[in-house]
Design a protein around this ligand. Sequence first.
Ligand SMILES: NC(=O)c1ccc[n+]([C@@H]2O[C@H](COP(=O)([O-])OP(=O)(O)OC[C@H]3O[C@@H](n4cnc5c(N)ncnc54)[C@H](O)[C@@H]3O)[C@@H](O)[C@H]2O)c1
Length: 435
Amino acid sequence: MRISVFGMGYVGVVCSACFAKRGHQVTGVDINRDKIADINAGRSPIVEPGLSELLAEVAGGNLQATTSVAAAIAQSDLSFIAVGTPSKANGDLDLSHVKHVCEQIGEALRDKATNHIVVIRSTVLPGTLRELVVPTLEAYSGKKAGQGFRVAVNPEFLRECTAIRDFDNPPFTIIGADDEGTARTVASVYDGISGEIVVKSPEVAEMIKYTCNAWHATKVAFANEIGSVAKIFGVDGREVMDTICKDRSLNVSSYYMRPGFAFGGSCLPKDVRALSYRAMQRDLDLPLLYSMLDSNAEHIRRGLDLIMRKPVKRIGLLGLSFKSGTDDLRESPFVELGERLLGKGYDLRIYDRNVAQARMHGANREYINTKIPHLSNLLVGSLDEIANHAETLVISYPDPEFRSFLPSIPNEKTIIDLTGIDAGVKHPGYQGICW
Ligand SMILES: NC(=O)c1ccc[n+]([C@@H]2O[C@H](COP(=O)([O-])OP(=O)(O)OC[C@H]3O[C@@H](n4cnc5c(N)ncnc54)[C@H](O)[C@@H]3O)[C@@H](O)[C@H]2O)c1
């Protein structure tokens, strides 16, 4: 393919060289003449293992570099934007380079007769393609997106120092586009490269990139905090984390990685609390560890806000124990939710068959009758009963019984889903907590 890449920084120059090596005809563009001269001479403008050799191989052949936007657009069918998106002083994203390059590309597209695809490779927040890139390209080209040109998002995941290897072995290739044809054309640039091609909406693709980096930052901060608290117990944090990573079912896996409701139960809150307490006693400042219970409490508050948004009084809570398939109520976030709703004067009914059973004859009977009689008195015997009572139904956890009940919930009711019970819910009053 005939490709142009705007921005010959760490991302742009590596991508350009790698695309050229794969047989594409690449034009690299930058405002910095020194970088352009370096690239055309087959010299790397950055320090990156293997890049000098690669540039020496492709420069002057499949890879040309220029400062001319018009020439680059004329001699390519697809442009990647890989300009910088630094932080502003207030922490916000500085999109001035993206805007400026879109203005330049837009102007060049004005005179181009054939269709062109503009792909955002830079890291940009959700909504940037639709709200900044498209309007700018339209204003400067005088053309309409989808007619004179097409757009997509294709975030970059390479790491400096292993950039070429990462380009050739990506974890996945994320393409954000509104139409299949554009996504297919962008995907074809990566023909022969391993890893799944994942096509999403532009906003989801933009969000995926930020989520990856926020997750990586969380991992580093977490490992460092665990290492620091391990050290006060005289334990080698490296030994701990190495072993933690051997568990691929709970620790390093997709488990616990689904947005939904707050954690609870007899272990997680208690153990985070105890570890935090000991670390505080030793004057260790561990903001990530100390913020976990606050983050959890804040999520319960968001759930409550969502439920209270509808001006109704009668609420049904489907599930009271801390998760599906147990009668354990210790530190259940749904107990907290139920108590807050009661405190605010809602007319609440609760359905939880495991708690109802335990209330009659179980080890938990004493706890239920003495600690939460205000909630256990509100338990009803069937889902029909709760649906007849409630104007808003709140689904706590993914119980198969709740899932099969969903289609029979009348349209005029509101369903607040705190767990992601079913991806295909069609009910008009359905709302999810994180989706
Ligand atoms: N560096 C990384 O490891 C990495 C990895 C993944 C994603 N990203 C993202 O990729 C984007 C680029 O990052 P980078 O580190 O390569 O940036 P960089 O600062 O190294 O390079 C940006 C280049 O864009 C050029 N530029 C600015 N305006 C231009 C214009 N109008 N026309 C042509 N060129 C122009 C600059 O001169 C510079 O050479 C950022 O959004 C970054 O967040 C970076």
